[in-house]
Design a protein around this ligand. Structure first.
Ligand SMILES: [Zn+2]
Length: 264
């Protein structure tokens, strides 16, 4: 599922391929993925317009059009952007296809169809409406600390809660907690100042490292959990077999030796 680094890479990809080109046609193959906007309005605000710039907040990508609207993309489980020039490269599971007047195309490709597309006049209104927390790529330490120390509940749930911190999902919360040697079920209010500081630094480093490696998990350092986050995977630090637990319906991976639970 695309989390902050993946969505950030889609944003950079869109910037590289599709800025400042006049949109000739928008083909909405699956109108059911549109949220709070109908097909006709979406086409009207996009066609004959250009994407001028992009932004990202958490797992949402915002593309600003010269019609003064923002196109908003959420990639759900399997969404991605595919830019292509030849029609025979059209991805099979495209949900929306934007054709530019130079005949190149940008497709929102999404096999599982959990992605969402919407439109807004004000990006901040949308963020407020969705009640998104601060973006974790931009967040400063003080804000991060204040959020963590004012909450209760399992740290893993908190890290994945988009209303509290926007951008992290199941995979990167596992990585951050693994590197910080924190059991995923640790009550957040029991984590001390020093550990929160460490978590903050690790979080920034994990996101940046993944981005620097072009989101290619196979290129991540061996010391990361992600390359070992598989069935029968072993901890790269202690060689202990990794364990899984269900937290909020998601499967968390952790090392029972390095991330000892103090509360069981
Ligand atoms: Zn370990």
């Amino acid at each position: 599922m695309p989390e902050l680094p993946e969505v950030e890479s889609f944003r950079r990809y869109l910037d590289k391929t599709s800025l400042n080109k006049t949109i000739q046609k928008v083909d909405v193959k699956n109108p059911e993925i549109l949220q709070n906007v109908d097909k006709r309005v979406l086409k009207d605000k996009l066609e004959k317009h250009k994407i001028q710039c992009t932004k990202r907040h958490g797992k949402y990508l915002f593309a600003h059009l010269d019609s003064n609207y923002w196109l908003i993309l959420h990639f759900g489980m399997t969404g991605k952007l595919v830019y292509f020039k030849n029609n025979d490269e059209t991805p099979y599971y495209y949900r929306i296809l934007i054709t530019f007047n130079d005949e190149s195309n940008l497709a929102f490709d999404d096999p599982r169809k959990f992605g969402k597309i919407s439109l807004t006049a004000e990006m901040d209104d949308f963020i407020e409406e969705k009640k998104l927390g601060p973006d974790v790529y931009d967040i400063d330490f003080k804000t991060f600390k204040n959020i963590l120390t004012s909450r209760r509940g399992a740290v893993k749930i908190l890290l994945m809660n988009q209303h509290i911190l926007a951008g992290i999902g199941n995979i990167y919360s596992d990585e951050i907690l693994y590197q910080a040697c924190i059991h995923p079920k640790t009550p957040v209010n029991t984590i001390d100042h020093q550990k929160i500081k460490e978590m903050y630094k690790i979080m920034k480093n994990v996101l940046q490292t993944v981005l620097n490696r072009q989101i290619n998990h196979r290129k991540l350092p061996e010391s990361f959990l992600i390359p070992h986050r598989i069935k029968n995977g072993r901890c790269p630090r202690s060689d202990t077999r990794l364990k899984t637990i269900k937290i909020s319906g998601r499967t968390a991976y952790y090392c029972p030796l390095c991330q000892k639970s103090k509360f069981q």
